[in-house]
Design a protein around this ligand. Sequence first.
Ligand code: A2P
Length: 338
Amino acid sequence: MKIAVVGATGMVGRVMLDVLAERKFPISELIPVASQRSVGNKVSFAGNEYTIVSMEDAIASKPEIAIFSAGGSTSLEYAPKFAAVGSTVIDNSSAWRMDPDKKLIVPEINAHELGENDKIIANPNCSTIQLVVALNNLHKTYQINRMVISTYQSVTGTGKAAVNQLSFERSNIPGDKVYPYQIDLNCIPHCDIFLDNGYTKEEMKLVHESRKIFGSPELAITATAVRIPVIGGHSESVNVSFHSEFEMEDVKNILTNTDGVIVMDSPEREIYPMPFHSQGKDAVFVGRLRRDESAPNTINMWVVSDNLRKGAATNAVQIAEYLVKNDLINTEVVSQTV
Ligand code: A2P
């Protein structure tokens, strides 16, 4: 199977290549794509070097799957062009997520919605993915009434220029800034752009995307998204009220048995999830589980995941795996594997 990775030189794109190789995705030809300035450069994949090609060359080679992580405007312009030549696009940007004709997929939750006519499939925002993976089974059991989320987001979510800003500041070297303020020794309550309602786009992604993935358009959700000088992954403090009553022990059991979730919750031994040890892992880690003593049927939890893995690359590759497994890709045979 021919696979194009669009944005192959970026933070997510590089992890995408690692995840495809690790999971032995059936690839006969890898087509790495980046901006014009990177065409001709090399990226490594499964121990071999591959040359970056232009978007036009990638479209001309008609890959069966194109996984995009190159920003919203690139996706808006080029995803339909790949779809027009028969490719299935899995898009990691926010360009198509809220389009009512496009599916927004977290495989553990709603991959069954996918059909062979879905040619542009949206991968949710990193903060949303870890939140809904953690909450899906609790929502099914107790029905979420309202969520209050505060995020503590890694600079890797902004891309390689943001990681560079943090390392320049840490080394006291002058360099370009992608954030409006210094990020080292700081936290910035501003992720993505501000909207007319005073929230940031990142905060509203948590609201709209969670509702769409759960198929619960009325869900009450409010969020504050904060960028912190961390590289490993995103953390979220989540306060969730349910319609039904629960026992904390049952909540913990449900989480322990949720696909993709690892519970790390032994306060007496100082065990709780942190971005530091989520880095490079695919799971969503949950801890600090406790009843909110100030409100009925409500819990507090702490949710951590590597935003480049389950929050982006791993989720996209899992979507691709589902498509292959369920014969939803426009291809005759999977001829060769890496
Ligand atoms: P390049 O490295 O050539 O700039 P990040 O989110 O880490 O900043 O990465 C963004 C990715 O998207 C990079 O691989 C970048 O390539 C790629 N990219 C940016 N603009 C385009 C474009 N117009 N066409 C294709 N790839 C693009």
